[in-house]
Ligand binder design. Sequence first.
Ligand SMILES: [Zn+2]
Length: 501
Amino acid sequence: MIKQEQIPVTITNSLSGEKELFKPVNEGHVGMYVCGPTVYSDVHLGNVRTFLTFDIISRYFRFLGYKVRYVRNITDVGHLENDADEGEDKIAKKARLEQLEPMEIVKNYTEGFHEVMRQFNILPPSIEPSATGHIVEQIEITKKLLANGLAYETNGSVYFDVLKYNEKHHYGILSGRVIEELMESGRKLDSQDEKRNKVDFALWKKASPYHIMRWPSPWGDGFPGWHIECTVMSTKYLGETFDIHGGGMDLKFPHHECEIAQAVGANGKAPVHYWIHSNMLTVNGQKMSKSLGNSFLPRELFAGNHPLLERGFGPMAVRFFMLQSHYSSTLDFSNDALSAAEKGYKKLINALIAIKKIDHPGNSVTDAERNEEFKRIPAELYQNMSDDFNTAKTLAVLFEMSARINDIKSNPALLKQIDSETFEFFKQHYISFIEDVLGLRMEEEHNSDLVNGVINVLIDLRKRARQDKNFALSDKIRDELKTLGVQIMDGKNGEMNFTIE
Ligand SMILES: [Zn+2]
């Protein structure tokens, strides 16, 4: 493998809009914080894409030999229904609707989230802190911001004073939003409002008498604002200045902008060197959204259980599909694109299975040109991944490699043109980039256990139908399974076996 010092990594920094050379705060180490899910509903595919992006980034840095500390939080309090600090807390609302404790909601959806991450082979972060586990720290930083004159208390709530902050610093540095425009847009403050200015945001909210999620504070019982948790948890585990902060594009404003203001306001320095934002998913060219009826959950995608889906697709085919485009581009879901991705995925995996079985015969007659080619192509994997984590181009190189593997498979004599060291280099890189860097693996076995079980139930029903001379039903079961790629073979003595395409 090639050493990390030889491979400079560039990152498109959302803060500058430029592609920049990555220089870690501490040599050989990477500190990365990613905004995790608000655990009040099932994780949707847009979230999966975001977490996949940062899975790839942490995997690649680890592959290069960096020590990575990856912190991804769980938001289990403080995320209100709209970004203007209004509406109900999302978790509390769900708890009320389902007549459960908020922590039951949190536990159920956190487990569901972890299950989806596991299905997509998205590795767990190094630390997964939760907002409710850091209430004390959130109160402390709020006190600090009050002491620094950048926050004010009104009626048991505390707000960040954006205009005051902007006198010395730049609110809008990340998102490009202009304060004067923000002040003019949207509705005006009315006399009921506690904020001095509409751009201000909550650090701490007073809990109404019937609000169930509440903690004591110097300002009375309440709960933290949404943005403050990420400032607290990122700097607690990664230091006041750390390398990478990531999240979905939709979090750039106001969430990440507010995080910068809070950290600068409290600690006097910019918290993050590189901001990375992953782009969104669209479906047949339209934004994926619940209200348009075109958003589906991972389990619906696997089962093909949605009007927009012609059939189901396995998590690895979907992972491959997402990796085919750069994280900063929008990605469009369609049946055709998914089918094509599934084919591509199988091609790479088949070559993976093949090369694992190929060993170099030793004493070779080397063809210098061919030998050079087998050294050059794997090096291109690094060039592409180090160029802002370009998984699309990395896959193109892997396809080129898979074609060479297939050549060798059909004509093993080709192996004699390259020396064993070069072949090992080629082989190890093909395996590592597929399995370790891109995190692709064979579709899971236990899924096929489930499928086999279901098919066996149908076969039993078909046997019974035949005993009852209900041949119409028996044929229907056989034919419908066939359209799904399951072939039933009838034996002489009434036994039935099956194969899956
Ligand atoms: Zn966050």
